[in-house]
Write a protein that binds this ligand. Structure first.
Ligand code: ZN
Length: 310
């Protein structure tokens, strides 16, 4: 069993409109934009990162906004709900705020003993705010959201699957332990995690396969401290039969990817070097940052990208 994974690192999704996406996460949810860069495989498209002050692993929601992309069709083989942690008592504030902002899909319930407010992103993305009274992470505040309400980072993610057996086994191998079940949903939790500690598996044997598009999660990344731990994890996954990519330099972390049974794309990303490697923490996310190989084409790339800020 692996012992080096510490919870989620980031969640990466797709969107149809960069400005709308930026406004939703910074303006409505009050996260900090911690990096404005491009898709390393398609530099005409942004890669936007939102999180806490430093973009701490376990807080970072990232997006590829592909202009005019069609919406995805929800189904199995994907992350159905990305969950953010907020303090106990914060949900009435959020319900009022998100309703006033005309956010779709607002629905409140209780899941695994915690109050949950579900809502939809601009492209139909499945999100939830979950109340927790023991989340010690320091939030980014502003945009009219104070310390008593602000998002602390991810709580976890809910995966929709036609069959959960192989995924449950994989999560066990990654260091997660079964922590309970509620209806068709089984919860797994990692010990000594970074706060983004839970993975829920939702069993939907009859549901159609998801079709990826705007509003779909592209992949979900798990955190390891450093490159040595990543190599250890990579070897262990390969030894148990997973097809894992070579280590890829993503400038702000190192990444490996593998397709899990059931279809969800997993990444394992390092906590090093972090988002302050090429700009001061005070100015994270302000300037367009390009990986070195695209720097000669900066002018052309900038002309293609729609400005995000008014
Ligand atoms: Zn990623």
């Amino acid at each position: 069993m692996l012992t080096r994974i510490t919870g989620l690192h980031h969640v990466t999704s797709m969107a149809a409109d960069a400005r709308q996406n930026n406004d939703f996460f910074t303006g409505k949810l009050g996260l900090r934009r911690v990096k404005k860069t491009v898709n390393f495989d398609d530099p005409g498209v942004y890669h936007l990162y939102y999180g806490d002050e430093a973009g701490t692993p376990g807080t970072v929601m990232t997006y590829f906004p592909f202009p005019h992309m069609m919406q995805g069709r929800p189904g199995v083989g994907e992350v159905g709900e990305t969950q953010f942690s907020v303090p106990k008592g914060a949900l009435p504030f959020w319900r009022e705020r998100l309703a006033a902002e005309k956010v779709a899909g607002l629905e409140q319930d209780v899941t695994f003993g915690a109050k949950r407010l579900r809502f939809r992103g601009p492209d139909g993305d499945g999100f939830a705010l979950i109340e927790a009274d023991d989340d010690a992470r320091t939030p980014w505040t502003g945009a009219g959201i104070g310390d008593a309400e602000a998002i602390r980072g991810f709580a976890g993610a809910r995966l929709r699957l036609r069959d959960t057996g192989a995924m449950a086994e994989l999560l066990g191998f990654m260091g997660y332990q079964k922590a309970g079940a509620e209806g068709d949903v089984t919860r797994y939790v990692i010990g000594n995690g970074n706060g983004a500690d839970t993975i829920d598996l939702e069993l939907l044997p009859e549901a159609p396969l998801a079709r990826q598009g705007a509003g779909s999660v592209h992949h979900i990344a798990f955190a390891v401290p450093d490159r040595a731990a990543q190599l250890e994890v990579r070897k262990a996954l390969m030894d148990t039969g997973h097809q894992v990519t070579p280590v890829i330099d993503r400038d702000y972390f190192w990444a490996i990817y593998f397709r899990t049974p059931g279809g969800v794309l997993f990444e394992v990303a390092t906590n090093e070097p972090g988002f302050d490697r090429d700009e001061d923490t005070a100015h994270l996310g302000e300037a367009l940052k390009l990986p070195g190989r695209y720097e000669p084409y900066r002018q052309r790339i900038e002309e293609q990208l729609e400005p995000l800020d008014p």
